[in-house]
Design a protein around this ligand. Structure first.
Ligand code: MTE
Length: 319
């Protein structure tokens, strides 16, 4: 396996020099600003710039216009009511303990049935990609939901660069395993590392996002810094956080939740109000920050876009 190998990137997709120079100008100006405010010691300044990834500057500002006719969930709720078992099982654990995670620098291992296997710096993977904002409904299997402006890029853009071969039927994702950073991994709550998978056509679907930020800011640690999946028509547990491995393979993988409780969590995990979770109904949901409940929509409201992926499948069996 080659370390730090770049996927083949056509020259047309490399960031234009003018933009690159603008970024440099920005850094120069802020450095001057900090220095003139008397805040900088040379050592401190270089340590700071080394730890701030270039791509943070390319995160588009949160836009007021949004594609859904629903209010955004309050940012404070989205960043303090979390499921991230690596930090613990309580909703507050990820925001309370998230500062232990070190999301920069970050590397992603690509392996399996794909031309460009290797270990890549996240910085290099992101350089040729354009980050955009997408407002998605997000529905957790625990029957709460929210509306979040994510920043990211379609997973398909990355997969195309990596060039999977014809045996690649599924993509498997794994979260970092490091009990020093993730105190929850000191207990065997689930089978670590957290693992999820998508069928290749699901992974290539234009709605499937690799997210690196929310509300126009870099991804907070508790939401899965520096990079996570967001699959808006599936229950939230599919949207794996803090990804370090992408594996392309022929056989259907077993996700961590399936491994733990096969009768509660299926591989597909498509939002389906007609299929009850063994311990509760899936017919309605509580929108965080709003009173009452609302009916849950098939495929979380993305039926027009994704139903064709599952035509001919029995969604009661393939839950
Ligand atoms: N990813 C990892 N690595 N570990 C987790 O515990 N929880 C999942 C998903 N991704 C989880 C994860 C579940 S159950 C949900 S509902 C969402 O993350 C929650 O995302 P949020 O905290 O950003 O709302």
């Amino acid at each position: 396996m080659t370390r730090y190998r770049h996927p083949h990137i056509p020259a047309s997709e490399i960031t234009p020099e003018s933009l690159y120079l603008k970024r440099r100008e920005f850094i120069k100006q802020s450095t001057a600003l900090v220095a003139s405010a008397g805040l900088a010691t040379p050592g401190l300044l270089s340590a700071q710039s080394a730890s701030t990834p270039d791509w943070h500057e390319r995160i588009p500002e949160a836009s007021a216009t949004q594609s859904l006719d629903e209010s955004l969930t309050d940012e404070q709720i989205v960043t303090s009511y979390n499921n991230f078992f690596e930090f613990g099982t309580r909703k507050r654990d990820p925001s309370d303990w998230g500062h232990y995670l070190r999301p920069h620098p970050w590397q992603i291992k690509v392996e399996g049935e794909v031309a460009h296997t290797g270990v890549y710096d996240l910085e290099d993977l992101l350089r040729p990609l354009t980050l955009e904002e997408r407002v998605y409904r997000f529905r957790c299997v625990e029957a709460w939901s929210m509306v979040v402006p994510w920043t990211g890029f379609p997973l398909s853009q990355l997969i195309e660069r990596l060039e999977p071969n014809s045996r690649a039927k599924y993509v498997v994702f794994e979260t970092l395993y490091d009990p020093d950073q993730f105190r929850g991994q000191r207990r065997s709550t689930i089978e670590w590392p957290y693992r999820e998978g998508l069928r290749m056509d699901e992974a290539m679907h234009p709605l499937t996002l690799m997210a690196v930020g929310l509300y126009g800011k870099p991804m907070p640690n508790q939401n899965g810094a520096p990079i996570r999946l967001v699959v808006p028509w599936k229950y939230g547990f599919k949207s794996i956080k803090s990804i370090v491995t992408l594996r392309f393979q022929e056989r259907q993988p077993v996700s961590s939740w399936q491994a733990m409780s096969t009768n509660e969590y299926g591989f597909y995990a498509n939002v389906n109000p007609d299929v009850s979770h063994p311990r509760w109904s899936q017919a309605s949901e509580r929108r965080l920050g709003e009173p009452g409940r609302r009916p849950t929509l098939m495929f979380n409201g993305y039926e027009d876009e994704v139903a064709s992926l599952y035509s001919g499948m029995d969604l009661r069996v393939n839950y």
